[in-house]
Design a protein around this ligand. Structure first.
Ligand code: PMP
Length: 403
């Protein structure tokens, strides 16, 4: 029995379903490991010692590379002093200053742990600031796993999602209709940096749509919230909607901010400062100093290494290489979204059978891909890694031809 299988058998006895949430290997194609023992740069090793070029990067947190030297050095120096204390370490102020300098719309920051902490706090702050209840949320957008936003309603109530109105991403008319439905109760609009919903092609935000969201909030005195948890720092170093020229009032960050250390941030503009100081948002580990030291190093390294153009370079190499091979193998492959956060899906593959067969074969050839969720590149990836992924993809295309 493989080590992974033995661990799964033990986990099945002491963990419901053997694993919970989005990292459950049962959601992945056959052959995907559940357990990993090591990560280094752009690679991960599973519990049976197999090495993969890692195109999930922990589903986003790893942006510089696994075990980045600068980040781990900063974390270790802080760990030697203390992590969880009776208040924050001085590094919290350094980090807040750095984030406020970096994020174009931000005048202040609050730190927490997970993306859901940050999106939930943004909604809370918007409601506190306006004294209103209604929030506009795009159909199919993921903002986390709390009862107000989880896509799986088991164990939640309809009341958990009260005071929400839906619109379609990039659809101005539906956004305006949702705002009208909210009427004078409109507290805010929450919107992801681009459309990266599960199992559909990705869409960049249309500038007109982003401007309409800004205009509705301005006209009605509501807060515009950009959920930059997934895209943050991968598209634009100053905030993802800088690319479309629209500044939110609140933004939520997590994932890449700590390069794998548990940290999230709420960034806000001056008008929301008072409300942010009034709400009670906190947690036992929210002020832990080690992830803050790590995040400060991440922000410094992102700037020093000018990461965004490198991710775009690698992503373009991957996208072009996949497109060429799809044509050569006569397979209808759709690629969408930013090249640094690639998503591919196969034409006519409603049940993802092709995607699963492709990824299973690519995995056996050494590339850890995802058949229906966007993937993530990191700064430690090299051109040689992308070429290795393309060779593994050829095994995937072969598998489709065989099927
Ligand atoms: N918002 C977005 C856009 C996300 O992608 C995620 C995580 N996938 C979240 C919020 C929730 O973040 P977390 O899982 O850290 O709570």
């Amino acid at each position: 029995m493989s080590t992974d299988a033995a661990l799964r058998a033990r986990a099945a006895r002491v963990v419901p379903g053997g694993m919970w949430g989005h990292l459950h290997a049962g959601r992945m194609p056959p052959g995907y490991p559940q357990f990993f023992t090591r990560g280094e740069g752009g690679h991960v090793w599973d519990a049976d010692g197999r090495r993969y070029v890692d195109l999930m990067c922990a589903w986003g947190p790893v942006i510089l590379g696994h075990r980045d030297g600068a980040v781990e050095g900063a974390a270790a120096r802080q760990a030697a002093l203390g992590d969880c204390l009776n208040g924050p370490a001085p590094v919290m102020v350094d980090l807040a200053e750095r984030l406020v300098d970096r994020i174009a719309h931000a005048d202040w920051a609050i730190f927490c742990k997970n993306g859901t902490d940050a999106t939930t706090a943004c909604v809370t702050i918007a409601r506190a600031a306006t004294g209103r209840r209604a929030i506009l949320v795009a159909e199919g957008s993921y903002h986390g796993a709390m009862p107000w936003c989880t896509p799986v309603p088991a164990g939640t109530t309809a009341e958990d999602r009260a005071h929400q109105h839906r619109f379609r991403y990039n659809d101005i008319a539906s956004l305006e209709a949702a705002a009208d439905a909210a009427g004078p109760d409109l507290a805010g609009i929450i919107v992801t940096a681009f459309r990266h919903d599960n199992v559909v092609d990705q869409e960049m935000p249309e500038p007109g749509f982003a401007r309409a969201a800004r205009a509705i909030c301005d006209r009605r005195g509501a807060a515009l919230i950009v959920d930059d948890v997934r895209a943050g720092f991968r598209l634009h170093p100053d905030g993802s909607w800088e690319a479309v020229g629209v500044r939110p009032d609140l933004s939520a960050y997590s994932k890449a901010l700590g390069n794998g250390h548990a940290i999230a941030a709420i960034a806000g503009s001056e008008a929301l400062r008072e409300a942010a100081g009034r709400v009670f948002v906190t947690g036992s580990f929210w002020c832990a100093a080690v992830p803050m030291a790590a995040a400060l190093a991440v922000l410094e390294e992102l700037e020093r290494r000018d990461v965004v153009p490198w991710l775009e370079h690698l992503g373009t190499r991957l996208r072009q290489g996949l497109a060429q091979r799809a044509v050569a193998f006569g397979v209808g492959l759709r690629q969408s979204g930013p090249v640094s956060m690639p998503l591919f899906m196969f034409d006519g593959d409603a049940d993802f059978a092709q995607g699963r067969a492709f990824c299973a074969a690519a995995l056996a050839a050494g590339a850890y891909l995802h058949p229906r969720h966007n993937m993530f590149l990191c700064a430690a990836h090299t051109e040689a890694d992308m070429d290795e992924v393309l060779r593994a993809a050829e095994a995937g295309f072969e598998a489709l031809r065989g099927a």
